[in-house]
Design a protein around this ligand. Structure first.
Ligand code: UDP
Length: 284
């Protein structure tokens, strides 16, 4: 992997005079790097058109540079929420990279003729990052989930990645008053990677605030990933994931998610409207 990011990056960098392949494709340039990332604009949210390997190459570059980065893995639910909430949309647009977390986002990008190559979900990304971090000697901090869940997630991760450097962990049920202490604990150990599992968009707001106070090479909102790592939530079998039905499996396993999933048909309608009205993201 090391050294390969240049190769990956070269292929997906849009040079100054190159026109994007699709008329509505955007590019994003962040920080002090000269990187430009092709993005699909889904309801006004720029989703990176990168494979998992390319995202890992981006991560490696950002961490090597030491630049603070906020990576969002966005599913249809959060994109639709941002569509209805301009302050959340602004926050997401300030992130350094947004990946397509889920079949709904991949579907939307295809409909809008700005296809993304694959899903890059929080849990898949985290698993790949463990391998990369173990190799690179990066420190990782786990923040979020219930006390017993985050502890189990750390133990299970260490049992699979024995030389991974986990420099701290903290559950996600702290009060507003404890917020300062939680942030200062993270600052003390200065992780290369901070995984924040507080659920979306709470984790995104937390990360944004944290990055105004300290530099963290990579902070990622990872939703329910610690529950999966701890073994308290099972992922869908591979064939269900490959058919883009993981959301249905999750709904079947956790029917309490039904209310939240009602955003999905609304997301689909909004995307169709964006498609029909020449990729306008007008909410009227
Ligand atoms: N969580 C937390 N603190 C909170 C609310 C939620 O640590 O105040 C954790 C919760 O225990 C779970 C994760 O955040 O581990 C959210 O999981 P969910 O599957 O709902 O994530 P999403 O669907 O938003 O990715």
């Amino acid at each position: 992997m090391k050294g390969n990011w240049r190769k990956f990056w070269k292929r997906f960098t849009v040079r100054k005079n190159n026109k994007p392949k699709h008329k509505n494709t955007g590019t994003k340039q962040r920080g002090n790097t000269s990187m430009k990332i092709e993005t699909a604009s889904i309801l006004g949210i720029p989703v990176a058109r990168l494979t998992m390997d390319q995202v890992l190459a981006w991560v490696e570059k950002r961490i090597t540079e030491g630049t603070s980065s906020h990576l969002v893995t966005a599913n249809a639910e959060i994109i639709y929420r941002a569509y209805r909430d301009p302050s959340l949309a602004d926050l997401l647009r300030q992130a350094d990279l947004i990946t397509a977390d889920g079949a709904g986002v991949v579907w939307a990008a295809g409909q809008l003729k700005q296809p993304v190559p694959q899903r890059v979900t929080g849990i898949d990304l985290v698993q790949h990052l463990f391998t990369l971090a173990e190799r690179q000697g990066w420190d990782i901090y786990f923040l979020g989930a219930k006390p017993e869940t985050v502890q189990k997630a750390v133990l299970n991760t260490l049992s699979q990645h024995s030389s991974l450097k986990i420099c701290g962990y903290q559950h996600g049920y702290f009060s507003k008053q404890e917020n300062e202490q939680v942030m200062s604990n993270i600052d003390k150990v200065k992780p290369h990677i901070l995984l924040v599992a507080l659920g979306a968009p709470k984790q995104e707001y937390f990360i944004r605030e944290l990055l105004t106070r300290m530099e963290i090479p990579l902070a990622i909102g990872v939703g329910g990933s610690f529950d999966v790592l701890a073994g308290t939530v099972q992922r869908a079998p591979r064939w269900i994931q490959e058919h883009g039905l993981e959301w249905l499996y999750r709904l079947f396993k956790e029917p309490r998610r039904l209310g939240r999933m009602m955003a999905l048909p609304k997301f689909i309608l909004a995307v169709i409207r964006q498609k029909i009205f020449a990729n306008s993201v007008d909410k009227t």
